[in-house]
Design a protein around this ligand. Sequence first.
Ligand code: TRP
Length: 462
Amino acid sequence: MSKGLAQQGREQWKSRTGFMLAAMGSAIGLGNIWKFPYITGEYGGAAFIIVYLICIALIGIPIMLAEFAIGRNTQKDAVGSFQELTPGKPWFITGIFGVISAFLILSFYGVVAGWALSYTTKAMSGDLLAIPPDKLGDHFGGFIGTSLGPILWQLLFMAIVIVIVVKGIKEGIEKWNKILMPALGVLLLILVVRGLTLPGSSEGVAFLFSPDFSALTGEAILVALGHAFFSLSLGMGTMITYGSYVPKNINLPTAATGVSLADTGFALVAGLAIFPALFAFGMDPGAGPGLIFITLPAVFDLMPFGQFFSVLFFLLISVAALTSAISILEVPVAYFMRKFEWTRKKATWILGTIIFLFGIPSSLSLGAWSGFTIFGKGFFDAVDFLASYILLPLGGLLTALFVGWAIGKKKAEEIGGLAAGGFVNKLWIVTLRFIAPVLILIVLLSSTGLLDVILKAIGLKG
Ligand code: TRP
């Protein structure tokens, strides 16, 4: 009875398009515009991209479908959905990991998004392009190392996220994604056309699309898989939660494929907006995390109408980060609303505030608190590492095993929305049962250093 009532009152997406845009908004974010370009640059370009594409197709799409399917079938949050499908069993711990990951990821995600907001205003005022190119690195390092400034920008960003999530699924999340995602597409398009029409841009295109497999290391493969999870918003219950607002008549396999393709396409096109410009002006593509904050402003400085394009670019990052951050906050919000019967307003404000506060040490660890380390990493890097390279793959692994084994074959074949008894359905289950778990396990073992220990123990490594 009470369950029936709770279900009746539960929110849903207004339209298929709204759901698709929200899921794309979640996937497309800092991962695409900040992380993807710099790791592609660090790991050598096209060969890395090919491995990344294989990870998306082989593991990303099947797990995204698994998350959508779990959510839609149960119409519950990241924890409740596991309880509903396997009552009395410990599988719900997967969801608890998800809620914890959401706290961790959003805490430092908000810090980086704050930098992007700040750079947007610096670009608008003209201050950014007034900095001599050789001083941009010092400027960035100085800015993120300041105590108060970055925290205030992070606060502003988190406040915007909270205000949107408070409004709920239809009137908050869906409505804003419907406005912001098309805007994002237009911004990116303008930047790509600009990048590709610069003289000397073809070298950048070659860097992205002509592979040199000799540059590919074991580490590059691990980073590619880890990033596939991060970029597709998997392993944390985000897509379970968004899937739980999906009406019964929407085709999930098409949605999972569409969202994954859009996310991947966006990363590649963002690469096309960035690398040709870098090469055209002789900048280093392997500059690391500072790539878009240090190297790109130098590029804008040299470009005709550079200020205009620099504003567009940092606006693009801020908007992409916003639609992703919304989806991360929704994971704990949906959980606390059901579990503790909090109103959406209460859950969003309390959880959003806690996450903001938790981000403060991350921000400070890049300056005033840089002496404080955990396992040799600063707080920011430690949180990123724990969440992105341990908790997300672990969440993905458990999700694959859950649908592949725990809920029973019949149920699994039913909930994905793939043709009953069909080849694709069987392939999906086999992927969730064997392929994805084995590959993820390898990544997990290696990122924790356990792989080395095992390889040494069995004599495969000196
Ligand atoms: N996918 C987003 C990006 O690329 C970030 C993100 C949103 C995310 N939700 C997530 C990452 C859930 C991991 C898990 O920026």
